[in-house]
Structure formats: C-alpha cells, structure tokens
Design a protein around this ligand. Sequence first.
Ligand SMILES: NC(=O)c1ccc[n+]([C@@H]2O[C@H](COP(=O)([O-])OP(=O)(O)OC[C@H]3O[C@@H](n4cnc5c(N)ncnc54)[C@H](OP(=O)(O)O)[C@@H]3O)[C@@H](O)[C@H]2O)c1
Length: 241
Amino acid sequence: MGETQLKTIMITGVSRGLGRVLALEIARRGHSVVGCARSQEKLQALMADLTRDDAPSSSSSSSSKHLLKHLDVRSDNSMKEFARLLVEERKIPDIIVNNAGTINKNNKIWAVPAEEFDMVIDTNIKGTANILRHFLPLLIEKKQGIVVNISSGWGRSAAAEVAPYCASKWAIEGLSKSVAKELPPGLAIVALNPGVVNTDMLASCFGSNSALYQLPESWAPRAATMILNLTSEDNGASLTI
Ligand SMILES: NC(=O)c1ccc[n+]([C@@H]2O[C@H](COP(=O)([O-])OP(=O)(O)OC[C@H]3O[C@@H](n4cnc5c(N)ncnc54)[C@H](OP(=O)(O)O)[C@@H]3O)[C@@H](O)[C@H]2O)c1
C-alpha cells in the first residue's frame, strides 16, 4: 500500500499538539481521519478545520469522511465501544497512531504524587494497550494494518525529573517489540520517536526553552510522509522522525 492509496488513519490524542497537526496534514493529502481526545471543544474546532481543508470535489461529505470522538484512552470500555463504532461506520483504520500521551511535572521521583505517576502510566502505557486489545483483532481479521506507537527520545535514553514519563516510553518500546512477534504477516507495529517539537508537553518539561524547537506545523509533513509509507516490512522497528 503506497501513500497514493487513500486510507483511514486513526490518531489518539488528536485535539492539540502533534496529533492535531498530523490529522490536518493527513486529511490535506485526501485520507480519512478518525481520532479521539478528552476535550470536546478542541475536537469540534479540529473537525471545522478538517472540513475546511477538504477538497470540494471529495465524493463523501467531510463530516462523514472524518470521525472524531470525545473519549479517554484510559478507559478500556470506551476503547471497546470506539472499535465497535468504527466497525459499524466502516472505518476500520489502515493505520493506527497511538499518540495520546502525558508527562509528569518535572520532579524527582519521590516528589511525584502517586496519582500523577498513575496518570502517566494509565495514559501512555495502558491507554495504548487498550487500543491494541480492541483494534488488533480487527486488523488481524483484515489481514493488514500498521500500528505506530509514539515513543520518545526518552524511550531510549534517560533524564532526571521525568522518570515516570521515561518509564512509560521505555515500556512503549518493549511493548511494541514484543507485540511485533505476535502479529501475523501483513501487519506491523513500530515505536516511533517523533523528535523534539514545541507543544504543550514540551513546554511542561523544557519551560521557555521549548520555543527554540521546531513548530508542530513544520514537523507534520515529514511525520505524515513517514507514517503513510510504513509497510509490514517495518514490523518491530524503532524509528525516529
Ligand atoms: N512534543 C515533543 O517534543 C515530544 C517528544 C517525544 C515524544 N512525544 C510524544 O508525542 C505524543 C504527543 O505529544 P504532544 O507533544 O503533542 O503532547 P500534547 O501537546 O500535550 O498533546 C497531548 C494529546 O494527547 C491527548 N490526551 C492526553 N491524555 C489523553 C487521554 N487520557 N485520552 C485521550 N487523549 C489524551 C491530549 O488531548 P486532551 O487533553 O484533549 O485529551 C492531546 O491531544 C505523546 O505521546 C508524547 O509523549 C512528544
């Protein structure tokens, strides 16, 4: 499947940051976007932008071409319902980007409250597992599909004051490599380090230095090209944008 074939791409955490710009770039190239995040208001704004960016000659109406749902990846039941809805709407994704993520406030591990540690693990690891649990059987049935688990440089290296986040992204690397060994031919799962991009998350850990890094808008075209061109040959890889 090359980039020219129109696909359905699912992106979690699509309301802002990397997920949002990736959704816009992918839709601009004619593909359908399915996404989720917790902020209803931001999803509505994204849908308006996706609709505006659609080519007027598009055969299906924009609102039915894309589907955005107000959902929390931490809820296994919500992800189960999301998968059921996509089957019903005939929008089983060709590519799934597990992008939803969060980071702890910079702090030494003993100063990170238990609830905050749980939030990072529940979102970054268990949120991804919830998606895999309910969506991989659909891709296996179709005998094709690519899963991109968004990792981090901190999934392959370490830094002080972000231990919960580092732990979660190292887990994403291990989870991806392990699941790669379970997939039948035709499917692939990869861990993808997006690089360093100026988003709300970067501002949380880098403070005002985040302004020194690339904007999401300049990152998105490279990310979209890479993601849209992944094949089953990439199964198990740890990649970087
Ligand atoms: N920016 C970087 O330099 C960088 C570097 C390495 C890795 N990453 C990774 O790239 C991904 C995106 O990061 P970002 O920088 O774009 O972060 P961001 O600006 O903080 O955006 C995070 C996105 O995830 C969504 N999200 C958070 N918790 C969620 C939940 N429980 N359920 C559903 N959606 C949820 C947020 O939407 P709501 O709040 O509306 O739910 C938002 O759309 C993350 O996995 C991050 O770890 C980023």
